[in-house]
Design a protein around this ligand. Structure first.
Ligand code: FAD
Length: 498
């Protein structure tokens, strides 16, 4: 069980989040040890505090971020809403934008992301129930339970990166990729591994089929979907090294606050009760689930909202950098600012198109239009690395000419005041600005952000392949028009010659 009925009190505040993580710590492993308390552990506490802060924020902006539960009447997070009108969809978008701006888009995996996925699965209960009536009922019940307890989710979609030339069933070890080991009356046992769970500092794990890796019939033991608590026996999250080095907010303005963490998930004979199962052994249904339920649309919607906030932040940062050092008059600098602005307007335009063309899906939920969101999710993995390259090109050596907070408070303070001044800022204002730019463009935190934007929604190469396949008829239609023109030109030329 995720939360006892007495704990299902609707939208949480930050203190509730911290209490829950202390009482039911997720099974995190860090540098060879099980993490006892993520709220105080140096590698996690900064990110955990920011996560908790988002739950306080939803109460500070309750009018936008919360709505009345259809079952309990309590205030609950808006990202759990199943919108039945365009206005309700827009209200979700506004609430997600408040959260995204708060983190400058630098915490990609805020709970909104998977709240949208779980909501879509609940709405599409008939699709799951067609395989087994229990699975549809489970989706509705799980959605309600997590919504009323306002719990946060992480998720894992893909098999470990061992041999990508074959699928999960073709690996040397059949239990490398998480696989059904045995079925029991109460559920089934999973053994093996899944990549890669961002935000393991959360309450529950959603194990879904990948949106891109299409399983084959022999992959049936690897085909499932379920939700379990992050303290389930046998579950282990092996965390990468933290990007929060325990330094001050001044020195590491982003890494000290927005470390959401990524982890490989190990299932050491994890028992999954039938009550938690959404999909089971049904390869065809698993392959279609994220699209048919609308989960991928809900997640992409949150992503585009987040990317707009992130692009606004990078544009603002770049503009302030060049203004501070008096570089705003150079043409190539203006060209680069223009490039960032165009990226922002492109993402805004795609979001607007998606929401303007929203329609009710087969489950009665109003979904943003998919094509603009698909275009946005294929574009941003290319835009973001370029945006960061621009910050490097504009910041140049200023990004590394960077004393620490201690230097500013030490005996060299007068030297620093003198030599770190800028055209439009004294040293004590210039330095935090450039530190922010360093954490956006150069630090380990920055590098992970670039990797995240390149890959977190899937391999961009295979996403592009899927896009071309999905729009094959449309693209062929344009090719046919050009072919007509080419033939016209050929015929004209031959006719003229005759
Ligand atoms: C920071 C970060 C956070 C993430 N968070 C999550 C998360 O929370 N949950 C989750 O489930 N996943 C998460 N992911 C994983 C993400 O889904 C994968 O990175 C993505 O699907 C690509 O898979 P892969 O990383 O295994 O790359 P691979 O599939 O191993 O690809 C490696 C290289 O081989 C190429 N390649 C491999 N197979 C093919 C093929 N069939 N055709 C063409 N080229 C191929 C790829 O193009 C790439 O260049 C995260 C990833 C990152 C980097």
């Amino acid at each position: 069980m995720f939360a006892a009925p007495a704990q299902r009190n609707g939208a949480r505040r930050g203190a509730d989040v911290l209490n829950r993580l202390r009482e039911r710590p997720p099974a995190l492993w860090y540098r060879g040890e099980r993490v006892a308390d993520v709220t105080t552990h140096a590698a996690f506490r900064g990110g955990v505090a920011s996560l908790a802060g988002l739950y306080d924020l939803q109460w500070q902006r309750a009018g936008d971020c919360l709505f009345d539960s259809p079952t309990s009447g309590r205030k609950i997070a808006r990202s759990f809403l199943l919108p039945s009108t365009a206005a309700e969809l827009a209200s979700i978008s506004r609430a997600m934008a408040i959260v995204a701006r708060h983190t400058h888009g630098m915490m990609g995996r805020v709970p909104d992301y998977l709240n949208r996925a779980l909501s879509a699965y609940a709405a599409a209960a008939p699709y799951l129930a067609a395989a087994d009536p229990r699975f549809g009922a489970n989706a509705v019940r799980l959605h309600e339970e997590l919504r009323e307890a306002d719990l946060s989710l992480t998720h894992s979609l893909i098999p470990p990166q061992a041999n990508r030339s074959v699928g999960p069933a073709g690996q040397a070890d059949p239990f490398l990729a998480a696989r059904i080991k045995e079925e029991t009356d109460a559920g089934f046992v999973v053994r093996g591994c899944r990549m890669l769970a961002t935000l393991p500092i959360s309450d529950a794990l959603m194990v879904l089929p990948s949106t891109l890796l299409k399983a084959t019939a022999e992959d049936a033991p690897y085909a499932f979907g379920f939700v379990i608590p992050n303290d389930t026996p046998g579950l282990k999250f092996i965390c990468r090294e933290s990007l929060d080095y325990g330094r001050s907010r001044f020195d590491h303005p982003l890494g000290s606050r927005f470390e959401e963490m990524d982890a490989v998930v190990v299932f050491d004979d994890v028992h999954v009760p039938w009550e938690n199962v959404l999909l089971y052994r049904d390869v065809e249904r698993c392959n279609q689930a994220n699209a048919r339920t609308g989960a991928v649309v809900g997640m992409a919607h949150q992503v585009v909202v987040k990317n707009i906030a992130k692009t606004e932040f990078v544009l603002g940062l770049a503009a302030l950098l060049v203004d501070t050092i008096g570089a705003e008059g150079f043409q190539h600098v203006q060209e680069k600012l223009a490039e960032l602005w165009v990226a922002l307007e492109t993402m805004r335009g795609l979001l607007r198109a998606a929401e303007a063309d929203a329609t009710a899906d087969e489950w009665g939920v109003v979904r943003p239009a998919w094509n603009p969101l698909d275009a946005a999710r294929n574009l941003y993995p290319r835009l973001y690395p370029r945006m960061i390259e621009i910050v490097q090109q504009l910041g140049a050596s200023g990004l590394v000419a960077m004393p620490t907070e201690q230097d500013l408070k030490g005996p060299l303070a007068d030297d620093i005041r003198r030599y770190y001044q800028a055209a439009r800022a004294d040293a004590f204002e210039r330095i935090p600005l450039f530190k922010l730019a360093w954490d956006v463009a150069l630090s380990a935190f920055a590098g992970r952000q670039v990797l995240y934007e390149r890959f977190f929604f899937g391999d961009p190469v295979r996403m592009a392949g899927a896009l071309v396949a999905a729009h094959d008829a449309e693209i062929r239609g344009y090719a046919d028009r050009v072919r007509e023109l080419v033939r016209e030109l050929r015929d004209e030329a031959f006719t003229a010659q005759k």
